[in-house]
Structures are given as C-alpha cells and as structure tokens.
Design a protein. Sequence first.
Length: 430
Amino acid sequence: MVRYVPHHVAHAASAALAAPRPGDGDVLVLDGRGESHSHLAGTYEGGALTPLRAQRLPHSLGLMYEDLTEHLGFLRSSDEYKVMALASYGEPRFLDELREHVRATADGGFAAAPIDWGALAKARPPGGEWSRDHADLAASVQARLEEVLLDLAAWLHGQTGSRRLMLAGGVALNCVANTRLAEAGPYEDIWVQPAAGDAGTSLGAALHVARSGGDPLAAMRGPDLGRQWDDREIAARLDTAGIPYARPDDLAATVADALARDEIVAWFQGRSEFGPRALGHRSLLAHPGHAGNVERLNDVKGREQFRPIAPMVALGHAAGIFEGPLPSPYMLFVHRVRPEWRERIPAVVHVDGTARIQTVAAEDEPLAHRLLEEFRRRTGLPVLVNTSLNTAGRPMADDPRDALECFGSAPVDLLAIGPFVVRRREVHAR
C-alpha cells in the first residue's frame, strides 16, 4: 500500500513526532515550497496534528532567501548557509525597504512581495569578490527573516498557549534565526529537527504513517541514523587500499595527541549522520586555539574564507564558555563566546563573537566525549574544531571509501577510521 503524506505535514511530523516527549506542542514549518504552500503552523496533542494556518504560494520566506542567495552569486537551494555567514559581516541598513515588501499578517500568515535586489546591491557574479553592500543586504534579509519569524511564533503561541515549539523545513536550518526565536520568542522550549530540510520528510512521512496506524512513538535519540561498518570491514577496505595503518591501544588518546600537536584529523566513527551537520561521526577535527586554523581548514575544504568553522564542546564545560540555548547537540543555534574565552579558542569564534556549537554528552556520544576530555587534559581546552568530512562540492563522507578518498585528496595529517589510524607521513614514506 502507498500512503500519500502532504509535504508540510511530513516536515511537521519529522519535528513533532521525533522530538523529546514526542507528539505534544506547537509546530512551525517554513521552507521554499511544498505543493501549493510554503508554511504550516499547527499544534500536536497526543501525536495528532491540528493545522491552524498555512501560507499559500507565491509568498515564501524560503524562496525569498533563495533569491537572495542567487543574487549574491551563490547556488540557490544549496548555499543559503553562506548568506547567513556573510550577514555577520554587514549591517542591516536595507531593513526599512525590506519591511515594505515582507511582513507578517494578522491571521498568522505573511506576505512576501517580489524584491528588486539590484536596486539595493549589484548582483555578485559567482566566485566574485563580495562588497560591503552585499554583506549589508545579507544582514538586512537575515534581520527581516528573524522579525517575521518572531511574529509568526507569537501568533501561533497566542492560539495555543503552548510552552513548546518544534521547527522543521529548510528555514529551520537558519541557526541565527533559531537563536533569536529562543531568546526573544514566547516559547520556553524550542526543538529543531536536525534534518530539517527536505531529507527529513522521509522520516516525517514514516512517523506520520506509523502514528496513524497506532504504532508507538519514540524520540529521536541522535542524528546517527546512517550506515556503519564493523572493524573487519574497515580493515578489509584499508588492506585493499594498500596503505599502512595501526590499531592503537587508546584511540581517543592517540587522536588527542595529534590534535594537541596541531594536526588535522579526519574522524570516521560509527553511523553516518542524518542531516547536513557533522556531529562527531564524519568530521574534520582541529585545534581551536590557533586562529590560522580557520584559513587552514577552509583551504583543506576549498571553502570561502569568510565562512566560520564550528566547535564541539563537552556539555559539562559549555555554559562556562558559551552563552545561549543549552544543551545544543545538533549545531542548530548560535552562542555568544564569553569574552575571556575568545582569545583562547579563536579558530571557532566568528566575526560577530559567536559560535555554532555542538554540545557532546558522555551518555550520548561516549567516544567523542572521551576525545574531548583527553584533549582538555593536554591543552586545557574542552573544545575542538568540528567541520564536515568532505571537500567543496562533495557530499559528506558516508562509507570508508569516501573517507579514504578525502584523506588522499586533502592535506589531512591523520585518519581515525573505526579503531584504526592512518598517518599521512607513513603513507608518503612508502
């Protein structure tokens, strides 16, 4: 039997039915488009969705952000996170003009009229240099998006009085806007689906159908829903590659030694992550205490130099270093770095003094947490740079072959793959 689940209902289910204490609270979905709509506001009770408002196309906050992404010379429906990063370099001086075009309506929806982007800032050719106008335009759109989201959340909260909001849809990957909602919005608790984009609709559709059939619901325990390989399979791949490798007695200590020496480590452990964030399973790791590691890692990955790199931090140390919503296990909020720490971990501090953190709890990620503790013992820093294990234009590494290809094509010093390590200097010494 084939069951049809509407696009935004699947998004909503991916958040509400996978969240901690699944099935109760408000849900807000925002993206580019799905069928004839770009937005759904509703509430869940006992696992059942009551839709309260849906915004019809052509009005779309997601498409507005996509249009800006293209105008700024990036790839639409792909590079919107680059616009969010660029916004930190600008000031929202076009905000008044944007308020005339984009606004919430009194009935819980919004209006998004076409915008003449060229009248605000010249189009940037792909690969061209960005200007102050480009950064200011990005900052202005980001600010207006946040304002409208706050209005939409206020309307929804006014209908239900719920203390809890769950978010999905591509717009929910905007961690700056999520933080604004958490800090200035009416909800006490906000949960964001880590695979908030369209990939998450597969999970949401399955959960929606399962709930409709009376199956029990369980919270999403983590993002590691992908494939994994056992030690024998990984060893076989390494043997096939014909490269030297070792199995250290203490993997976390061995990797922490390398990181303390300022080596770059490719980290391939357990199941691959579901969603766009590297969360301690398919990562490139580095020392956060050296400012030059921003340029170094962006060169490794072939990325624009204005883009920040993110930290992972042991949960027990997070509140002393970062200010913002905690815990934050999925890198879906931004946090202010406390002033006394900014010079200690400069590689993960963005130009505006923030960082998009991943908190790591020992009970959820025991190996990553132990690595952080071993690194802290050596450096005094319970923080590591954590960015995705891939290079520009390539998907995140999934299987061991992907990890070996990335290790072979990028200047990475050590590959930690399952219980094994591969050292570049030993590969090149052969």
